[in-house]
Design a protein around this ligand. Structure first.
Ligand SMILES: Cc1cc2nc3c(=O)[nH]c(=O)nc-3n(C[C@H](O)[C@H](O)[C@H](O)COP(=O)(O)O)c2cc1C
Length: 204
C-alpha cells in the first residue's frame, strides 16, 4: 500500500441523501481516492448506535479529519453532534491524559441553503459561517487539533450544475493536496474559506 503524507478521514453526515442537490455530487469527487476514507455516518448508524471504539480507531489511523455536512440550524446535523458527544471522550480526546487527537487537522466542508450575502455582519444571519462554527473550532482547540477554515458551498437552492461540478473539482483538489502535504496551512488559515483561492494555498 502506498504511503501518503497524510491519511484523510471524511465523516459525512446527510440524513436524506436521496433528496440532495449538491452533496450527492460533491461526494463523487472524494469517495474513491487512495489515502482517503469516506465514512457515511447516517448510512453506517441509521439507528444512531455509534460504535465508539471503531470511531476512535478510525481517528487514530488518520491525520486529517473532515466534517462534511449541510448546515442544519446553523450547526451540524444531529448524528455528527451525537458522534462528537460520544467519541470525543474525556481523557482520550481531551483532558490531562487525553492526547489522542493532538496535532491532527480538522476542518468542515459545509453546504448552506442561504446565500453568502446572508452570512455577513450586516446580513440577515448577522454572523459569518466561520463564526457559526465556533463550537467546533473550540472543540478542536481543546483536543489540541489544528483547525482550518471551512470549504464552503453557499446558496444550494440556486446553484447551477456547472458550479456544483466546479466545487466538486476544487474539493478533490484540496483533499489530494492535503493528502500529499502540498497545502500551505498557515496561508490557508488567513482565508475565511479554504476554497476562496486554492492557487494561493496549494504549493506546486
Ligand atoms: C433541518 C434543516 C435545517 C437547515 N438549516 C439551515 C441553516 O441554518 N442555514 C442555511 O443556510 N441552510 C439551512 N438548511 C438548508 C441546507 O443547508 C441545504 O438544504 C443543504 O446544504 C443542501 O445540500 P443538499 O443539496 O446536499 O441537500 C437547512 C435544511 C434543513 C433540512
Amino acid at each position: 500500500m502506498k504511503n501518503f503524507e497524510n491519511n484523510i478521514l471524511i465523516l459525512f453526515a446527510h440524513p436524506a441523501l436521496q433528496n440532495s442537490r449538491v452533496n450527492r455530487h460533491l461526494i463523487k469527487y472524494i469517495t474513491d481516492l487512495d489515502g482517503v476514507t469516506f465514512h457515511d455516518l447516517y448510512e453506517t448508524y441509521p439507528d444512531f448506535h455509534i460504535d465508539v471504539k471503531r470511531e476512535q480507531n478510525l481517528l487514530l489511523e488518520n491525520d486529517i479529519i473532515v466534517f462534511h455536512h449541510p448546515l442544519f440550524w446553523f450547526s451540524v446535523p444531529a448524528i455528527l453532534r451525537e458522534w462528537m458527544d460520544l467519541v470525543l471522550q474525556h481523557m482520550w480526546a481531551y483532558g490531562k491524559t487525553g492526547k489522542a487527537l493532538k496535532g491532527k487537522i480538522l476542518f468542515n466542508v459545509v453546504t448552506t441553503g442561504g446565500r453568502e450575502s446572508l452570512f455577513q455582519h450586516d446580513g440577515i444571519h448577522g454572523n459569518t459561517l466561520v463564526e457559526f462554527l465556533a463550537p467546533i473550532r473550540q472543540s478542536a482547540y481543546v483536543c489540541e487539533m489544528d483547525f482550518l477554515p471551512p470549504f464552503i458551498v453557499h446558496g444550494t437552492r440556486n446553484i447551477t450544475q456547472q458550479e456544483i461540478t466546479s466545487h466538486g473539482e476544487d474539493y478533490q483538489k484540496i483533499i489530494l493536496s492535503l493528502r500529499d502535504g502540498k497545502v500551505d496551512l498557515e496561508a490557508a488559515k488567513l482565508h475565511q474559506r479554504l476554497n476562496s483561492d486554492l492557487k494561493s494555498i496549494i504549493k506546486t
